[in-house]
Design a protein around this ligand. Structure first.
Ligand SMILES: CC(C)(COP(=O)(O)OP(=O)(O)OC[C@H]1O[C@@H](n2cnc3c(N)ncnc32)[C@H](O)[C@@H]1OP(=O)(O)O)[C@@H](O)C(=O)NCCC(=O)NCCS
Length: 203
């Protein structure tokens, strides 16, 4: 059997400039992020510290041969200023534009979901921080609908759906970048057994 070419591990502060370089390409060239300007390393470092301080996962994928970072993913609190949204986190996942469709995104997301499934096996992960904290129940993935993207925009939908994310929202013409409007969709994966995408409890 061939040795895997890529590995996934928790990110450390020294990885952040490489994360910024991957993200920068998408900021400047695509609508996979609605930022217009590059994030500074300091901003990215603060995000990294906030996410990991919260006990949420932040992962990088490395190419084993060169030990370079070729992708990253993390979850951050969804609307963090509003406490009622604490059970929900938002996914960000990006692979280097020179390494797409090589299984790296799947590797990252598989590991991320494994962490959410069995957080007790990961000493730095803490999904419940206070006694009245219900923990993380939903992971939301948001995307602009970009018919100029791979497979007319369907590739990204397919990617999320393969991992059990179901469409829960479609917001018409809420994003504006490169002089045109974009609709925005959210897909949600419920980690807590028995809770459906519509929030009802099964059975
Ligand atoms: C989406 C993404 C993380 C998937 O990771 P990947 O390593 O390229 O994909 P994998 O090889 O693990 O899996 C392949 C699947 O990913 C999706 N995919 C592949 N390239 C893609 C791309 N450029 N854009 C969107 N989805 C893509 C397709 O569904 C593909 O399945 P298919 O081969 O049946 O079409 C990666 O393509 C990426 O970083 N895209 C650009 C940034 C982005 O869209 N991030 C999501 C933010 S909303």
């Amino acid at each position: 059997m061939n040795e895997p070419l890529f590995a996934v591990r928790p990110a450390v502060e020294a990885d952040i400039p490489a994360v910024g370089a991957i993200n920068g390409y998408y900021v400047l060239n695509t609508v996979t992020t609605f930022r217009f300007t590059l994030a500074t390393n300091q901003e990215l470092l603060e995000d990294f510290r906030n996410i990991t301080k919260e006990g949420l996962p932040y992962l990088v994928a490395t190419e084993k041969a060169s030990n370079t970072i070729v992708g990253y993913c993390y979850t951050a609190r969804f609307r963090p200023a509003k406490r009622g949204y604490r059970p929900t986190v938002e996914l960000s996942i990006f692979c280097s534009h020179q390494h797409l469709s090589q299984g790296i995104g799947s590797l990252l997301l598989t590991e991320l979901l494994r962490i959410f499934k069995e957080p007790e096996k990961y000493p730095n992960i803490c999904l419940k921080q206070e006694p009245d904290d219900p923990g993380v129940r939903s992971i939301v993935a948001c995307m602009a609908l970009d018919e100029t993207g791979p497979s007319g925009g369907l590739a990204l939908k397919r990617f999320y759906e393969q991992f059990g994310f179901e469409q829960v929202a479609h917001l018409k013409a809420v994003g504006f970048k490169f002089n045109r409007w974009y609709a925005f969709e959210s897909r949600c994966r419920i980690r807590q057994h028995g809770i459906q995408a519509d929030g009802k409890v099964k059975g």
